[in-house]
Design a protein around this ligand. Structure first.
Ligand code: AMP
Ligand code: MG
Length: 488
Protein backbone atom coordinates (compact mmCIF):
# COMPACT_ATOMS: atom_id res chain seq x y z
CA UNK A 1 0.00 0.00 0.00
CA UNK A 2 1.24 3.46 -0.83
CA UNK A 3 1.31 5.56 2.31
CA UNK A 4 0.78 9.23 1.52
CA UNK A 5 3.52 11.03 3.37
CA UNK A 6 4.50 14.63 3.49
CA UNK A 7 8.04 14.79 2.17
CA UNK A 8 10.22 17.14 4.16
CA UNK A 9 12.02 19.91 2.33
CA UNK A 10 15.66 20.47 3.14
CA UNK A 11 16.28 24.17 2.71
CA UNK A 12 18.39 24.65 5.84
CA UNK A 13 20.46 21.55 5.08
CA UNK A 14 20.99 22.98 1.58
CA UNK A 15 23.08 25.78 3.09
CA UNK A 16 26.89 25.30 3.12
CA UNK A 17 28.49 22.81 5.53
CA UNK A 18 29.61 25.34 8.06
CA UNK A 19 26.02 26.14 9.01
CA UNK A 20 25.43 22.79 10.72
CA UNK A 21 26.63 19.32 11.54
CA UNK A 22 24.82 16.51 9.73
CA UNK A 23 23.83 14.08 12.45
CA UNK A 24 20.95 11.68 12.95
CA UNK A 25 18.89 11.49 16.12
CA UNK A 26 19.73 8.69 18.54
CA UNK A 27 16.99 6.04 18.72
CA UNK A 28 15.03 5.51 21.92
CA UNK A 29 13.92 2.30 23.60
CA UNK A 30 10.13 2.52 23.90
CA UNK A 31 8.51 5.49 22.21
CA UNK A 32 4.98 6.23 23.42
CA UNK A 33 2.72 9.10 22.45
CA UNK A 34 2.16 11.81 25.01
CA UNK A 35 0.60 14.36 22.72
CA UNK A 36 0.00 15.02 19.07
CA UNK A 37 -1.26 18.44 18.01
CA UNK A 38 -3.98 17.72 15.46
CA UNK A 39 -4.84 21.34 14.86
CA UNK A 40 -1.24 22.29 14.15
CA UNK A 41 -0.83 19.25 11.88
CA UNK A 42 -3.80 20.54 9.94
CA UNK A 43 -2.37 24.06 9.71
CA UNK A 44 0.85 22.57 8.38
CA UNK A 45 -1.00 20.41 5.88
CA UNK A 46 0.49 17.23 7.34
CA UNK A 47 -1.11 13.89 6.70
CA UNK A 48 -2.33 13.02 10.18
CA UNK A 49 -2.89 9.39 9.40
CA UNK A 50 0.77 9.03 8.50
CA UNK A 51 2.31 11.15 11.23
CA UNK A 52 0.17 9.63 13.97
CA UNK A 53 0.88 6.14 12.71
CA UNK A 54 3.83 3.87 13.47
CA UNK A 55 6.12 5.44 10.92
CA UNK A 56 5.31 8.97 12.07
CA UNK A 57 6.05 7.97 15.64
CA UNK A 58 9.32 6.35 14.55
CA UNK A 59 10.39 9.55 12.80
CA UNK A 60 9.28 11.90 15.58
CA UNK A 61 10.98 9.87 18.29
CA UNK A 62 14.25 9.77 16.36
CA UNK A 63 14.03 6.04 15.68
CA UNK A 64 13.86 6.45 11.94
CA UNK A 65 15.10 9.02 9.47
CA UNK A 66 12.38 9.90 6.98
CA UNK A 67 13.11 9.15 3.33
CA UNK A 68 15.07 12.02 1.84
CA UNK A 69 15.54 13.74 5.20
CA UNK A 70 18.99 15.05 6.13
CA UNK A 71 18.85 15.75 9.88
CA UNK A 72 21.22 18.48 11.01
CA UNK A 73 22.22 20.19 14.24
CA UNK A 74 22.49 23.93 13.71
CA UNK A 75 25.66 25.83 14.55
CA UNK A 76 25.40 29.03 16.56
CA UNK A 77 27.20 31.08 19.16
CA UNK A 78 25.82 33.50 21.70
CA UNK A 79 26.06 35.67 24.76
CA UNK A 80 24.84 33.75 27.79
CA UNK A 81 24.00 36.14 30.62
CA UNK A 82 26.20 38.65 28.84
CA UNK A 83 29.19 36.32 28.50
CA UNK A 84 30.47 35.48 25.05
CA UNK A 85 30.42 31.80 24.08
CA UNK A 86 31.90 31.33 20.59
CA UNK A 87 30.31 27.94 20.02
CA UNK A 88 26.98 26.64 21.27
CA UNK A 89 24.84 25.03 18.58
CA UNK A 90 22.03 22.49 18.88
CA UNK A 91 23.31 20.21 21.60
CA UNK A 92 20.17 18.13 21.82
CA UNK A 93 18.12 19.10 18.80
CA UNK A 94 17.90 17.95 15.19
CA UNK A 95 16.26 19.82 12.35
CA UNK A 96 14.64 17.06 10.29
CA UNK A 97 13.61 19.29 7.41
CA UNK A 98 10.83 21.67 6.55
CA UNK A 99 7.22 21.66 5.45
CA UNK A 100 5.45 24.29 3.42
CA UNK A 101 1.96 24.79 4.78
CA UNK A 102 -1.12 25.38 2.63
CA UNK A 103 -0.85 29.07 3.61
CA UNK A 104 2.50 29.19 1.78
CA UNK A 105 4.67 29.62 4.88
CA UNK A 106 7.60 27.23 5.29
CA UNK A 107 8.28 25.78 8.74
CA UNK A 108 11.25 23.87 10.10
CA UNK A 109 10.55 20.63 11.94
CA UNK A 110 12.91 20.01 14.83
CA UNK A 111 13.26 17.31 17.44
CA UNK A 112 14.42 18.41 20.89
CA UNK A 113 15.86 15.87 23.31
CA UNK A 114 16.76 13.61 20.40
CA UNK A 115 20.30 12.71 21.36
CA UNK A 116 23.80 14.16 21.32
CA UNK A 117 25.32 16.15 18.48
CA UNK A 118 28.81 17.55 17.88
CA UNK A 119 27.59 20.62 19.81
CA UNK A 120 26.56 18.77 22.96
CA UNK A 121 29.70 19.60 24.94
CA UNK A 122 29.13 17.60 28.13
CA UNK A 123 25.36 17.29 27.78
CA UNK A 124 23.56 14.01 27.18
CA UNK A 125 21.47 15.39 24.33
CA UNK A 126 18.26 14.40 26.10
CA UNK A 127 15.27 16.14 27.63
CA UNK A 128 13.25 15.18 30.67
CA UNK A 129 9.50 14.68 30.49
CA UNK A 130 8.67 17.70 32.68
CA UNK A 131 10.32 20.41 30.56
CA UNK A 132 8.93 18.81 27.39
CA UNK A 133 5.37 18.96 28.72
CA UNK A 134 5.96 22.49 29.97
CA UNK A 135 7.20 23.68 26.57
CA UNK A 136 4.33 21.89 24.83
CA UNK A 137 1.63 23.52 26.94
CA UNK A 138 3.23 26.93 27.27
CA UNK A 139 4.20 27.42 23.64
CA UNK A 140 0.72 26.40 22.48
CA UNK A 141 -0.86 28.70 25.08
CA UNK A 142 1.34 31.57 23.85
CA UNK A 143 0.21 30.91 20.30
CA UNK A 144 -3.44 31.05 21.31
CA UNK A 145 -2.77 34.17 23.34
CA UNK A 146 -1.75 35.70 20.01
CA UNK A 147 2.00 35.84 20.64
CA UNK A 148 4.36 34.71 17.86
CA UNK A 149 6.08 31.55 19.03
CA UNK A 150 7.55 28.22 18.10
CA UNK A 151 4.85 25.53 18.27
CA UNK A 152 4.62 22.01 19.63
CA UNK A 153 3.57 19.33 17.16
CA UNK A 154 4.22 16.26 19.24
CA UNK A 155 5.63 14.89 22.47
CA UNK A 156 6.77 11.32 22.82
CA UNK A 157 8.07 9.62 25.94
CA UNK A 158 11.20 7.60 25.35
CA UNK A 159 10.92 4.87 27.95
CA UNK A 160 14.44 5.85 29.01
CA UNK A 161 15.64 7.67 32.10
CA UNK A 162 17.66 10.86 31.93
CA UNK A 163 19.99 11.67 34.76
CA UNK A 164 19.55 15.14 36.19
CA UNK A 165 19.73 15.82 39.93
CA UNK A 166 17.75 12.61 40.08
CA UNK A 167 16.78 10.09 37.41
CA UNK A 168 13.80 11.34 35.41
CA UNK A 169 11.64 9.95 32.60
CA UNK A 170 12.82 11.16 29.19
CA UNK A 171 10.84 12.61 26.28
CA UNK A 172 11.30 14.09 22.82
CA UNK A 173 9.48 17.20 21.68
CA UNK A 174 8.73 18.04 18.04
CA UNK A 175 9.05 21.80 17.67
CA UNK A 176 7.88 23.79 14.70
CA UNK A 177 9.22 27.25 13.87
CA UNK A 178 9.30 29.44 10.81
CA UNK A 179 13.02 29.00 11.32
CA UNK A 180 15.46 28.35 14.13
CA UNK A 181 17.88 31.11 13.09
CA UNK A 182 18.91 33.11 16.13
CA UNK A 183 20.87 36.26 16.82
CA UNK A 184 23.56 33.78 17.87
CA UNK A 185 23.59 32.22 14.40
CA UNK A 186 24.75 35.55 12.97
CA UNK A 187 27.26 35.89 15.81
CA UNK A 188 28.73 32.51 14.93
CA UNK A 189 29.77 33.66 11.45
CA UNK A 190 30.72 37.19 12.45
CA UNK A 191 33.10 35.85 15.10
CA UNK A 192 34.77 33.66 12.49
CA UNK A 193 35.09 36.45 9.96
CA UNK A 194 32.85 34.49 7.56
CA UNK A 195 31.28 37.48 5.83
CA UNK A 196 30.16 35.49 2.83
CA UNK A 197 28.24 33.18 5.15
CA UNK A 198 26.68 36.19 6.88
CA UNK A 199 25.22 37.28 3.57
CA UNK A 200 24.04 33.74 2.82
CA UNK A 201 22.39 33.53 6.21
CA UNK A 202 20.74 36.92 5.71
CA UNK A 203 19.45 35.74 2.32
CA UNK A 204 18.03 32.60 3.92
CA UNK A 205 16.27 34.74 6.54
CA UNK A 206 14.87 37.03 3.85
CA UNK A 207 13.53 34.06 1.88
CA UNK A 208 11.92 32.55 4.96
CA UNK A 209 10.66 35.52 6.89
CA UNK A 210 10.80 38.67 4.83
CA UNK A 211 10.32 37.61 1.19
CA UNK A 212 9.14 41.11 0.27
CA UNK A 213 12.73 42.26 0.76
CA UNK A 214 14.11 39.80 -1.78
CA UNK A 215 14.61 42.41 -4.48
CA UNK A 216 14.71 45.49 -2.27
CA UNK A 217 17.45 48.05 -2.46
CA UNK A 218 19.70 47.92 0.62
CA UNK A 219 17.97 44.67 1.52
CA UNK A 220 20.22 43.89 4.49
CA UNK A 221 19.56 47.29 6.06
CA UNK A 222 15.85 46.67 5.65
CA UNK A 223 16.21 43.15 7.01
CA UNK A 224 17.90 44.45 10.15
CA UNK A 225 15.17 47.05 10.57
CA UNK A 226 12.47 44.42 10.07
CA UNK A 227 13.97 42.05 12.65
CA UNK A 228 14.21 44.89 15.16
CA UNK A 229 10.59 45.91 14.50
CA UNK A 230 9.34 42.36 15.06
CA UNK A 231 11.28 42.04 18.29
CA UNK A 232 9.86 45.34 19.55
CA UNK A 233 6.36 43.97 18.91
CA UNK A 234 7.19 40.64 20.49
CA UNK A 235 8.63 42.02 23.70
CA UNK A 236 5.73 44.47 24.05
CA UNK A 237 3.42 41.49 23.76
CA UNK A 238 5.30 39.62 26.49
CA UNK A 239 5.12 42.60 28.81
CA UNK A 240 1.41 43.02 28.23
CA UNK A 241 0.54 39.48 29.30
CA UNK A 242 3.14 39.18 32.05
CA UNK A 243 5.35 36.62 30.33
CA UNK A 244 8.90 36.32 31.62
CA UNK A 245 11.18 34.43 29.26
CA UNK A 246 13.87 33.79 31.81
CA UNK A 247 16.89 33.16 29.53
CA UNK A 248 17.05 35.95 27.00
CA UNK A 249 20.52 34.99 25.84
CA UNK A 250 21.31 35.98 22.26
CA UNK A 251 21.16 32.32 21.22
CA UNK A 252 17.57 32.22 22.49
CA UNK A 253 16.35 35.14 20.39
CA UNK A 254 14.94 34.15 16.99
CA UNK A 255 15.21 36.55 14.06
CA UNK A 256 11.70 35.51 12.99
CA UNK A 257 10.28 37.40 15.98
CA UNK A 258 8.94 34.18 17.49
CA UNK A 259 9.28 33.33 21.16
CA UNK A 260 11.78 30.49 21.36
CA UNK A 261 13.34 28.21 24.00
CA UNK A 262 10.88 27.63 26.76
CA UNK A 263 13.19 26.84 29.65
CA UNK A 264 12.55 28.53 32.96
CA UNK A 265 9.97 30.90 31.50
CA UNK A 266 6.96 31.76 33.62
CA UNK A 267 3.93 33.97 33.84
CA UNK A 268 3.87 36.54 36.60
CA UNK A 269 1.17 35.99 39.21
CA UNK A 270 1.03 39.06 41.47
CA UNK A 271 2.33 42.13 39.75
CA UNK A 272 5.85 43.18 40.56
CA UNK A 273 8.19 44.66 37.94
CA UNK A 274 11.26 42.96 39.39
CA UNK A 275 9.76 39.48 39.20
CA UNK A 276 12.24 36.80 38.26
CA UNK A 277 11.74 33.04 38.46
CA UNK A 278 14.72 31.41 36.81
CA UNK A 279 16.98 29.66 39.30
CA UNK A 280 20.05 30.53 37.22
CA UNK A 281 19.20 34.25 36.93
CA UNK A 282 20.94 35.19 40.15
CA UNK A 283 21.07 38.92 39.57
CA UNK A 284 17.72 39.42 37.88
CA UNK A 285 19.27 40.23 34.51
CA UNK A 286 16.18 38.80 32.81
CA UNK A 287 13.59 40.07 35.29
CA UNK A 288 10.21 41.18 33.91
CA UNK A 289 11.00 44.89 33.74
CA UNK A 290 14.43 44.31 32.18
CA UNK A 291 13.15 42.42 29.14
CA UNK A 292 12.86 45.43 26.79
CA UNK A 293 16.34 46.64 27.72
CA UNK A 294 17.83 43.20 27.23
CA UNK A 295 16.11 42.79 23.87
CA UNK A 296 17.64 46.05 22.75
CA UNK A 297 21.04 44.88 23.94
CA UNK A 298 20.68 41.61 22.01
CA UNK A 299 19.63 43.50 18.90
CA UNK A 300 22.66 45.75 19.29
CA UNK A 301 24.75 42.59 19.11
CA UNK A 302 22.85 41.55 15.98
CA UNK A 303 23.40 44.97 14.41
CA UNK A 304 27.15 44.57 14.94
CA UNK A 305 27.04 41.25 13.14
CA UNK A 306 25.36 42.98 10.21
CA UNK A 307 28.13 45.58 9.83
CA UNK A 308 30.07 43.74 7.09
CA UNK A 309 26.95 43.43 4.92
CA UNK A 310 25.27 46.77 5.56
CA UNK A 311 27.72 48.95 3.64
CA UNK A 312 31.24 48.61 2.22
CA UNK A 313 32.22 51.80 4.00
CA UNK A 314 32.77 51.03 7.70
CA UNK A 315 31.57 54.39 9.04
CA UNK A 316 28.48 54.32 6.87
CA UNK A 317 27.74 50.77 8.08
CA UNK A 318 28.03 51.84 11.72
CA UNK A 319 25.67 54.74 11.10
CA UNK A 320 23.09 52.47 9.46
CA UNK A 321 23.32 49.98 12.30
CA UNK A 322 22.98 52.75 14.86
CA UNK A 323 19.92 54.20 13.14
CA UNK A 324 18.32 50.77 12.98
CA UNK A 325 18.89 50.07 16.66
CA UNK A 326 17.65 53.51 17.67
CA UNK A 327 14.27 52.58 16.24
CA UNK A 328 13.76 49.85 18.85
CA UNK A 329 12.81 52.03 21.83
CA UNK A 330 10.15 54.13 20.08
CA UNK A 331 8.68 51.04 18.40
CA UNK A 332 8.54 49.15 21.66
CA UNK A 333 7.05 52.15 23.48
CA UNK A 334 4.36 52.61 20.89
CA UNK A 335 3.32 48.95 20.98
CA UNK A 336 3.51 48.66 24.75
CA UNK A 337 1.70 51.89 25.54
CA UNK A 338 -1.04 51.25 23.01
CA UNK A 339 -1.50 47.76 24.42
CA UNK A 340 -1.49 48.90 28.04
CA UNK A 341 -4.17 51.50 27.34
CA UNK A 342 -6.23 48.84 25.55
CA UNK A 343 -6.02 46.71 28.69
CA UNK A 344 -8.08 49.40 30.45
CA UNK A 345 -10.27 49.89 27.36
CA UNK A 346 -8.88 53.26 26.34
CA UNK A 347 -7.11 54.76 23.37
CA UNK A 348 -3.50 55.87 23.70
CA UNK A 349 -3.09 59.35 25.15
CA UNK A 350 -0.65 60.60 27.75
CA UNK A 351 -3.40 60.84 30.39
CA UNK A 352 -4.72 57.37 29.66
CA UNK A 353 -1.21 55.97 29.83
CA UNK A 354 -0.72 57.59 33.23
CA UNK A 355 -3.98 56.03 34.34
CA UNK A 356 -2.90 52.58 33.16
CA UNK A 357 0.41 52.94 34.99
CA UNK A 358 -1.46 54.04 38.10
CA UNK A 359 -3.45 50.79 37.86
CA UNK A 360 -0.21 48.81 37.73
CA UNK A 361 0.97 50.71 40.80
CA UNK A 362 -2.20 49.74 42.63
CA UNK A 363 -1.79 46.09 41.69
CA UNK A 364 1.75 46.23 42.99
CA UNK A 365 0.85 48.05 46.20
CA UNK A 366 -1.92 45.59 47.03
CA UNK A 367 0.08 42.58 45.84
CA UNK A 368 -2.63 41.59 43.37
CA UNK A 369 -2.67 39.19 40.49
CA UNK A 370 -1.63 40.84 37.21
CA UNK A 371 -3.88 38.76 34.94
CA UNK A 372 -6.99 38.75 37.11
CA UNK A 373 -6.51 42.39 38.06
CA UNK A 374 -6.92 43.45 34.45
CA UNK A 375 -9.51 40.84 33.53
CA UNK A 376 -11.73 42.16 36.30
CA UNK A 377 -12.10 45.46 34.42
CA UNK A 378 -13.73 43.72 31.45
CA UNK A 379 -16.97 43.11 33.29
CA UNK A 380 -17.17 46.49 34.98
CA UNK A 381 -19.24 49.33 33.64
CA UNK A 382 -17.05 52.38 34.25
CA UNK A 383 -20.16 54.50 34.75
CA UNK A 384 -21.20 52.50 37.81
CA UNK A 385 -18.46 53.67 40.10
CA UNK A 386 -20.39 53.20 43.30
CA UNK A 387 -21.27 49.61 42.54
CA UNK A 388 -17.79 48.90 41.30
CA UNK A 389 -16.07 50.58 44.18
CA UNK A 390 -17.64 48.01 46.48
CA UNK A 391 -15.95 45.28 44.50
CA UNK A 392 -12.59 46.86 45.22
CA UNK A 393 -11.50 48.11 48.57
CA UNK A 394 -10.16 51.38 49.83
CA UNK A 395 -10.07 55.00 48.75
CA UNK A 396 -7.23 54.66 46.28
CA UNK A 397 -9.35 52.25 44.22
CA UNK A 398 -12.39 54.52 44.39
CA UNK A 399 -10.22 57.40 43.24
CA UNK A 400 -8.80 55.38 40.36
CA UNK A 401 -12.22 54.14 39.26
CA UNK A 402 -13.49 57.71 39.21
CA UNK A 403 -10.72 58.77 36.87
CA UNK A 404 -11.21 55.65 34.78
CA UNK A 405 -14.93 56.42 34.36
CA UNK A 406 -14.11 59.99 33.35
CA UNK A 407 -11.59 58.75 30.80
CA UNK A 408 -14.19 56.39 29.33
CA UNK A 409 -16.54 59.34 28.96
CA UNK A 410 -13.98 60.89 26.63
CA UNK A 411 -13.96 57.91 24.25
CA UNK A 412 -16.27 58.09 21.28
CA UNK A 413 -16.66 54.34 20.81
CA UNK A 414 -19.42 52.26 22.42
CA UNK A 415 -18.94 50.70 25.83
CA UNK A 416 -19.53 47.29 24.25
CA UNK A 417 -16.70 47.88 21.81
CA UNK A 418 -14.36 49.01 24.60
CA UNK A 419 -15.26 46.00 26.73
CA UNK A 420 -14.50 43.74 23.79
CA UNK A 421 -11.09 45.39 23.40
CA UNK A 422 -10.44 44.79 27.10
CA UNK A 423 -11.59 41.19 26.83
CA UNK A 424 -9.20 40.54 23.97
CA UNK A 425 -6.33 42.30 25.74
CA UNK A 426 -6.74 40.65 29.13
CA UNK A 427 -6.63 36.86 29.10
CA UNK A 428 -8.82 34.87 31.43
CA UNK A 429 -6.49 31.87 31.35
CA UNK A 430 -2.70 31.79 31.41
CA UNK A 431 -0.41 28.80 32.02
CA UNK A 432 0.27 29.51 35.66
CA UNK A 433 3.40 28.09 37.24
CA UNK A 434 1.66 26.13 39.94
CA UNK A 435 -0.58 24.50 37.33
CA UNK A 436 2.43 23.60 35.22
CA UNK A 437 4.04 21.96 38.26
CA UNK A 438 0.88 20.04 39.15
CA UNK A 439 0.48 18.93 35.55
CA UNK A 440 4.07 17.66 35.46
CA UNK A 441 3.82 15.89 38.82
CA UNK A 442 0.67 14.07 37.69
CA UNK A 443 2.20 13.16 34.33
CA UNK A 444 5.20 11.66 36.11
CA UNK A 445 2.69 9.42 37.88
CA UNK A 446 1.33 8.42 34.49
CA UNK A 447 -1.74 10.66 34.55
CA UNK A 448 -1.97 12.92 31.50
CA UNK A 449 -5.49 14.18 32.15
CA UNK A 450 -4.44 17.62 33.43
CA UNK A 451 -2.00 17.99 30.52
CA UNK A 452 -4.86 17.29 28.13
CA UNK A 453 -7.36 19.50 29.95
CA UNK A 454 -4.99 22.46 30.11
CA UNK A 455 -4.18 22.14 26.43
CA UNK A 456 -7.89 22.37 25.79
CA UNK A 457 -8.45 25.34 28.12
CA UNK A 458 -5.55 27.33 26.65
CA UNK A 459 -6.99 27.01 23.15
CA UNK A 460 -9.34 29.85 24.11
CA UNK A 461 -7.52 31.90 26.71
CA UNK A 462 -9.65 35.01 26.20
CA UNK A 463 -12.99 33.24 26.59
CA UNK A 464 -14.84 32.77 29.86
CA UNK A 465 -14.99 29.05 30.39
CA UNK A 466 -16.88 28.85 33.67
CA UNK A 467 -16.38 25.12 34.02
CA UNK A 468 -12.63 25.80 34.27
CA UNK A 469 -12.77 28.74 36.67
CA UNK A 470 -10.52 26.89 39.10
CA UNK A 471 -7.62 27.41 36.68
CA UNK A 472 -7.92 31.20 36.96
CA UNK A 473 -7.05 31.26 40.65
CA UNK A 474 -3.64 32.57 41.63
CA UNK A 475 -1.55 30.09 43.59
CA UNK A 476 -2.34 29.56 47.24
CA UNK A 477 0.65 30.38 49.42
CA UNK A 478 1.82 26.80 49.60
CA UNK A 479 1.44 26.44 45.81
CA UNK A 480 3.47 29.52 44.96
CA UNK A 481 6.36 28.68 42.68
CA UNK A 482 9.46 30.66 43.63
CA UNK A 483 11.95 29.19 41.21
CA UNK A 484 11.82 27.63 37.77
CA UNK A 485 14.53 25.53 36.18
CA UNK A 486 15.94 25.06 32.71
CA UNK A 487 15.58 21.34 33.18
CA UNK A 488 18.63 20.66 31.05
P1 AMP B 1 19.57 26.51 26.46
O1 AMP B 1 19.92 27.08 27.80
O2 AMP B 1 18.50 25.46 26.53
O3 AMP B 1 19.30 27.54 25.44
O4 AMP B 1 20.85 25.71 26.01
C1 AMP B 1 22.10 26.29 25.85
C2 AMP B 1 22.99 25.34 25.08
O5 AMP B 1 23.17 24.13 25.78
C3 AMP B 1 22.46 24.97 23.71
O6 AMP B 1 23.56 24.86 22.86
C4 AMP B 1 21.81 23.63 23.98
O7 AMP B 1 21.69 22.85 22.81
C5 AMP B 1 22.77 23.02 24.97
N1 AMP B 1 22.14 22.01 25.82
C6 AMP B 1 21.20 22.22 26.76
N2 AMP B 1 20.85 21.06 27.34
C7 AMP B 1 21.58 20.09 26.78
C8 AMP B 1 21.68 18.66 26.95
N3 AMP B 1 20.95 18.00 27.85
N4 AMP B 1 22.54 18.01 26.17
C9 AMP B 1 23.30 18.64 25.27
N5 AMP B 1 23.26 19.97 25.05
C10 AMP B 1 22.41 20.69 25.80
MG1 MG C 1 18.71 27.73 23.66
Amino acid sequence: MDIPTTPLGQSFAALPDLFYAPVAPTPVVTPTWIGFNNKLAETLGLDRGFWQGDEGMAILSGNKVADGSQPVAMAYAGHQFGNWVPQLGDGRAHILGDVTAPNGQTYDVQLKGSGPTPFSRNGDGRAALGPVLREYVMSEAMHNLGVPTTRALAAISTGERVQRETGLPGAVLTRIATSFVRVGTFQYFMARGEHEALAQLADFVIERHYPDLRDAEHKYVKLLEAIIARQAELIAHWQLIGFIHGVMNTDNMAVSGETIDYGPCAFMDHYHPETVFSSIDEFGRYAYHNQPRIARWNLGVLAQCFLPILHENGDAAVQLAQDAINAFAPQFDEAFKTGLCRKIGLSLTEDNMALAVAYLDLLQEYNLDFTNGFRKLVSLDPAEIEVNANKFEGDSWRDWLGKWAAAHDNEDTSLTARQEIMRLSNPRFIPRNHLMERMIAEAMDGDLSLFNTLNQVYQHPYDDQPEFDAFTAPPANEERVQRTFCGT
